[in-house]
Design a protein around this ligand. Structure first.
Ligand code: SF4
Length: 344
């Protein structure tokens, strides 16, 4: 049985955008992310019926989802009918409601088709200087729901340069915040960097496989090394521990059901918790995906997200894994995906 909140969340994730009329006075600013599924758009997070979701804000007044206010409550309508009667708007600390999740560089040379980051156009620069990042953490840490820090990064020049910058950043954060959980989401090309992240003070690792079938991976991530990603995940489990390593796993790119479940089972057997995410299409990735796949992928329907989510949970349980073992990144934020053990 699926709860009402989960069904509603799945529908919101399927549609992926909401119109907020100008006259609605929002209690907080929208967040504008440079990484993650809503990259490039403004987005708001909402909590309702025991769950939460973050979705992009559209300027299209004919959007299927619309926000309204009624008797002081926020209401979300779907195709003109009230869909969620009572929603709370969540304050986003820095990208996420519970943590400062920051992107060191918002340009990337890797050219993955699903990703909204652009290729560096001019002389590439690291877009977030360490001083600015430390200031954001300091401001975020005053918020009552602040629980963690996480760092991701595009790769504006080279993997090596980005890795060094990320490790240095983790060291600085750890010195100033000895107790705070720190999550990192790097691209690894040298397995020894995993221990360097751990020694710097990182607690959790996210290395993204993105899609399971090797041929599909080669089309979607033409400049990344699938074997290295798998080796890095395996090494990360040894260093960070089972249930402290996660991996984004996008669905809806053309993988078969057999490939999808084979991938979820293989990662889980390694001690990695896959983070299943329906493909999101937007102005910054549509063309790239069309080019890589020959056509734009379809949105993953809500019912499919729920069906896959339930099997995902079973696969995790079979391998003694639980999303609750994490203290940073997406399983604690819970905004962009159906989270096993939380939503299903
Ligand atoms: S679920 Fe992950 S990608 Fe989505 S807002 Fe939260 S931290 Fe960012």
């Amino acid at each position: 049985m699926t709860s009402l909140g989960t069904e509603q969340k799945a529908k919101l994730l399927e549609i992926g955008e909401i119109f907020i009329p100008r006259e609605i006075d929002m209690p907080c600013f929208a967040s504008r992310s440079t990484a993650g599924p809503d990259a490039g758009s403004s987005a708001h997070a909402f909590e309702f019926n025991g769950t939460r979701v973050k979705i992009a804000v559209t300027k299209n007044p004919d959007a299927r989802l619309k926000l309204a206010r009624s008797n002081g409550d926020f209401q979300i309508s779907l195709d003109g009918e009230v869909f969620i009667a009572h929603a709370r708007v969540l304050h986003l600390i820095a990208h996420a409601p519970n943590q400062a999740f920051m992107n060191l560089a918002s340009e990337c040379i890797m050219g993955c088709a699903f990703c909204a980051m652009s290729y560096p156009t001019s002389k590439p620069v690291v877009s977030m200087e360490p001083e600015r990042l430390m200031k954001i953490i300091s401001i975020s840490s005053r918020h009552p729901s602040f629980e963690a820090v996480a760092i991701t990064s595009g790769i504006p020049v080279s993997v090596k340069e980005t890795t060094v910058a990320m490790i240095e950043m983790v060291k600085q954060i750890r010195v100033q915040y000895p107790e705070i959980p720190i999550g990192v989401e790097p691209y690894i090309e040298d397995l020894e960097d995993i221990q360097r992240f751990k020694d710097a003070g990182a607690n959790e690792m996210k290395i993204n496989i993105e899609t399971w079938p090797p041929a599909l991976f080669a089309r979607i991530c033409p400049n990344r090394d699938r074997d290295m990603i798998l080796a890095a995940l395996e090494e990360s489990v040894k260093i960070f521990g089972k249930g402290k390593v996660m991996s984004n796993f996008i669905i809806g790119l053309g993988e078969s059901e057999e490939e999808l479940y084979e991938g979820l089972a293989a990662l889980s057997k390694m001690g990695v918790v896959p983070n299943v995410r329906g493909i999101r299409l937007g102005p910054l990735n549509r063309e790239k995906l069309e080019k890589a796949l020959g056509k734009a992928p379809a949105k993953v329907p809500a019912e499919k997200l729920i069906e896959i989510g339930k099997k995902h949970r079973e696969i995790l349980e079979m391998n003694d894994l639980d999303t609750a073992t994490f203290s940073t990144m997406c399983f604690t934020c819970k905004c962009c995906d159906l989270i096993p053990m939380v939503d299903l």
